[in-house]
Design a protein. Structure first.
Length: 444
């Protein structure tokens, strides 16, 4: 009986580990698949609501002043409710509620899980059993059966909701394990201050909602109006960054750059890759990203003290290679960039967590806030360039997101890819200069 109980606990914690790793993207993919299957405006609105909730939640999640372990339990609970709502109803109102709850869960489950895991790792030798690939395989089989049996993803939504519930005992267990940490560590209060920023945020995320809709459906909005609202959103983004400039002063450029790079690879190039590789382009980009992200840290760590410098060289060589219009340099460039991201990610996690200048229970959340700023900046610039190109050439915006042939390669390569890569390169140089300045200021 004791062995059975331990097995159940291991499975719950393993499920939590699995959901934390895939929770940010899998809900979006499933809702997107449901919309593509039905072409229903209901699921399109639900998809937009989910995307906005996921983007916005990372900025406001700490306002309740709860422990990260408590937030993790909240994230699991809301994820379960959101998933099960998609399983049991097609009513627009309930789906919007489900999208908002599930979007919050998707945005916060990994940062809070990582924070709790870091707490445990620094308290004692702690290792989590990596059984989530087994769960992933099981979920894959369920999705396949769901599609073949034409249950319209009802079974998949139901199973995913149940997995969130299965992970709850694991979350409660981790909450108990970290109780000593929270007793010994003073917590900072994150109150509801600067209420003017809430109003700006509503405008900003309304713009993101419009842009997200334009990626999925043809909406008749004049180009000048779209460019105007993008301009307003960029101004708001700059105001928000200035307001947060005092947080992580030595690392904000590094985190902005990280967010921009991830969005450049996974958002822009998941579409642009079509013009190199056709319909398989998106899958190739995801495969390259996973390869680089998983191997970047072990590859560069072998170089010891030279690892950071080597990773930055990899990044900048990769960016330069993206400026060459050849599929070989394109794929190699993406790989070199993602190797940098894969190395930098755990390195910056550990660095921020151990900083004396920031609350360790909030460090990872701050990291993802600044990273999200970078991702949103990339998205706004991409849309601004795309709308301008579309207006000049009289092409539909959807011609980029849903292309029918590769004939417009040069247009998008020089009009979209080149500017975005050069901006990314500029941010990388700024990141390096910022790092060098920090080193120069250190007392000898």
């Amino acid at each position: 009986m004791k062995q059975l109980h331990q097995g159940a606990i291991d499975f719950s914690v393993g499920t939590l580990n699995f959901l934390a790793n895939i929770g940010i993207i899998l809900p979006y993919v499933l809702i997107l698949a449901k919309w593509q299957q039905t072409q229903s405006e209901t699921y399109l609105l639900a998809l937009v609501a989910f995307y906005i909730s996921r983007a916005a939640s990372i900025f406001y999640t700490k306002r309740l002043n709860l422990k990260s372990s408590t937030y993790l339990i909240l994230s699991l609970t809301l994820g379960a409710v959101g998933s099960l709502l998609f399983a049991v109803t097609a009513n627009l109102g309930w789906l919007i509620i489900g999208s908002l709850l599930w979007g919050y869960s998707a945005a916060t489950i990994w940062p809070y899980f990582l924070t709790v895991k870091l707490h445990l790792t620094h308290m004692a030798t702690f290792k989590m059993k990596r059984i989530y690939w087994l769960i992933f395989a099981g979920l894959g089989l369920i999705v396949g059966a769901d599609v073949l049996a034409k249950f319209n993803y009802t079974l998949t939504f139901t199973l995913l909701g149940l997995l969130y519930l299965v992970a709850l005992p694991g979350g409660l267990l981790l909450n108990n394990f970290t109780s000593d940490f929270y007793r010994e560590t003073p917590r900072q209060i994150h109150g509801l201050s600067q209420t003017w920023r809430w109003g700006l945020s509503l405008i900003f995320f309304a713009v993101i909602a419009v842009l997200t809709t334009l990626r999925k459906a043809s909406v008749n909005i004049p180009s000048w109006l779209i460019l105007s609202i993008i301009g307003v959103a960029l101004i708001i983004l700059i105001v928000e960054l200035v307001a947060d400039w005092h947080v992580l002063p030595n690392y904000k450029m590094r985190l902005l750059n990280r967010g921009f790079l991830v969005s450049l690879v996974l958002l822009f190039n998941s579409f642009f890759a079509y013009f190199y590789l056709g319909a398989t382009g998106m899958y190739a980009v995801f495969a390259v990203y996973l390869l680089g992200f998983e191997t970047g840290h072990p590859v560069f760590s072998r170089l010891g003290k030279r690892a950071r410098k080597a990773s930055l060289i990899s990044l900048m060589v990769g960016q330069v290679l993206l400026l060459v219009p050849w599929v070989g340099s394109y794929l190699l460039g993406l790989l070199l960039i993602t190797l940098y991201v894969g190395y930098d990610n755990p390195t910056i996690n550990e660095t921020l967590y151990t900083l004396d200048s920031i609350d360790s229970d909030s460090a990872i959340i701050h990291k993802y806030r600044f990273s999200t700023y970078g991702g949103l900046l990339c998205q706004l610039l991409m849309f601004g360039l795309l709308v301008t190109l579309s207006a000049v050439t009289k092409l539909s915006i959807l011609n980029f997101f849903k292309p029918s042939d590769m004939g417009d390669f040069n247009l998008y390569f020089y009009g979209l890819s080149w500017p975005l890569v050069l901006i990314s390169l500029f941010l990388s140089v700024g990141n390096i200069r910022s790092s060098q300045s920090k080193v120069a200021k250190k007392p000898v």
